[in-house]
Design a protein around this ligand. Structure first.
Ligand code: F6P
Length: 193
């Protein structure tokens, strides 16, 4: 199956591969390449050059068939490929839940983090295999790969939470995450340009 199931759905046994980022049974698979993330990185010219070049995959999201519908608890595996644009690490677009509800991430492989922003305060949670990152209601969230291998995590979230990407475009995310030697540093947020 490569689509969400239609409620009401039966109880499901879902297996996932931390090594391959797949779910069985499968739901929708989303692939975001450099050409899909205009305006995401601070250095938009460098992003455009990468998109016009080999247009690398920035991240994929493999969902189970559990639908994004009220009352359901969908899950997905996100894999952020290693890399950076002018030193700024690969990341997800980031969004706010228009229906303010929490979400959990479970780190599966690689090194990453969750950047959260509520419009005033910024929080950063380092993620690694075996770590749960909790995103409370009212916090926009973006995941970042700060390592040199794919960073993968399981997300579980309320099906009616929704994805508001416009909020992040309007308010930013508080910080940007840059390579700093073998580690990383959080810099003040700047608009893409
Ligand atoms: O929707 P974005 O910000 O591109 O990021 C994808 C993330 O959002 C989710 O779809 C749900 O929060 C996750 O499965 C995934 O990690």
């Amino acid at each position: 199956m490569t689509a969400y199931a239609i409620p009401p759905i039966d109880p499901l046994r879902i297996s996932f591969s931390a090594a391959h980022g797949t779910m069985t049974p499968e739901g929708p698979l989303l692939t975001r390449r450099m050409s899909d993330v205009a305006g995401l990185f601070a250095d938009e010219d460098a992003r455009r050059r990468a998109a016009d070049g080999d247009d690398p995959v920035v991240y994929t999201v493999a969902a189970s068939p559990v639908p994004e519908a009220a009352g359901e608890l969908p899950q997905s595996l996100t894999t952020i490929l290693p890399g950076a644009v002018s030193g700024e690490f690969h990341m997800t677009k980031g969004h706010m839940h228009p229906d303010p509800q929490g979400e959990i991430y479970l780190g599966l492989s690689g090194r990453g983090g969750v950047l959260m922003y509520d419009g005033t305060r910024t929080e950063w949670i380092e993620m690694e295999p075996g770590m749960i990152g909790y995103i409370p209601p009212g916090w926009a969230h973006r995941s970042v790969n700060v390592g040199d291998e794919p960073y993968r995590f399981l997300a579980v979230y309320p099906g009616s939470a929704g994805h508001d990407y416009g909020w992040v475009v309007e308010h930013g995310m508080g910080r940007r995450v840059y390579r700093d030697g073998a580690s990383y540093t959080l810099a003040p947020f700047s608009a893409a340009g």
